[in-house]
Write a protein that binds this ligand. Structure first.
Ligand SMILES: C[S@@+](CC[C@H](N)C(=O)[O-])C[C@H]1O[C@@H](n2cnc3c(N)ncnc32)[C@H](O)[C@@H]1O
Length: 231
């Protein structure tokens, strides 16, 4: 089974090959399998040009040396575009070492311009030591955290790392979105739910709904938000 085999009408279906396989021993292995068993451009979250994220990054008016943290980066094309936009202080992190290895390879010589961190956002160790972040970018990561404790840990890290005046981009499955992805259950969001989670020290700067189409052609409705830390 590949990402292409997902059923366009079945929101319970996941978006890559992992569910048809033996259960992974750990979350890390689960995600590594997703990346090792599928070409990047067949994954159910692949974007050739991540236009919506880039639009929101643009709105932040950051200086080139701003610290940009892309959480759950996987093999995203966004990192390459951030480099093209002139950003020099990018951190890419993921629980999957294999995804980051693929992303490094795709960047060629540029890979040494990125700080690479393999860590679990729900049990962060190395991420606790990164410098203050000017922009936190999460596309399709937070919605995998269905346990309240995991969400709390994620938001504690975010709130402690994003500096005052810094920004946060979320792009998550919205309330019309699928209930599973990559064989894992999804906690779906709307703008208000994200605002409540991130708390009063952040104000909403932008928000919109966006329908992403998977390589299979299946529609996946997302909510995009941009928050700024004001308090
Ligand atoms: C659906 S993919 C999205 C990848 C990328 N953000 C993009 O837009 O192409 C979700 C990513 O989150 C990562 N991830 C899942 N759980 C994680 C965790 N607990 N800590 C860090 N990364 C995690 C996965 O390895 C995967 O790369």
């Amino acid at each position: 089974m590949t990402g292409e085999s997902c059923n366009i009408n079945d929101k319970e279906k996941s978006c890559c090959s992992t569910p048809a396989q033996e259960p992974a021993a750990s979350l890390k292995e689960h995600w590594n399998n997703a990346y090792l068993n599928n070409a990047e451009d067949k994954l159910g979250w692949y974007e050739e040009f991540p236009q919506e994220s880039i639009c929101l990054v643009d709105k932040c008016n950051l200086s080139p040396d701003s610290v940009i943290l892309n959480v759950g980066a996987g093999t995203t094309t966004l990192i390459g575009f951030l480099l093209l936009m002139g950003y020099t202080n990018i951190i890419a992190t993921d629980i999957s070492n294999d995804s980051l290895a693929k992303l490094k390879t795709s960047l060629g010589d540029e890979e040494d311009k990125i700080t690479w961190i393999v860590d679990d956002l729900t049990k962060p160790v190395l991420l606790k030591n990164i410098p203050p972040v000017d922009l936190w970018i999460d596309r399709a990561v937070l919605h995998f955290f269905t346990e309240a404790g995991d969400q709390d840990t994620y938001f504690e890290l975010l709130k402690s790392k994003v500096r005052k005046g810094g920004f946060v981009i979320f792009a998550e499955y919205n309330l019309d979105g699928a209930t599973q992805c990559a064989g894992l259950p999804i906690n779906r969001y709307n703008q208000e739910m994200l605002a409540e989670k991130i708390g009063n020290n952040f104000s909403l700067t932008d928000s919109f709904e966006y329908s992403y189409f998977m390589p299979s052609g299946a529609e996946r409705p997302y909510v995009y938000t941009l928050f700024r830390k004001t308090g």
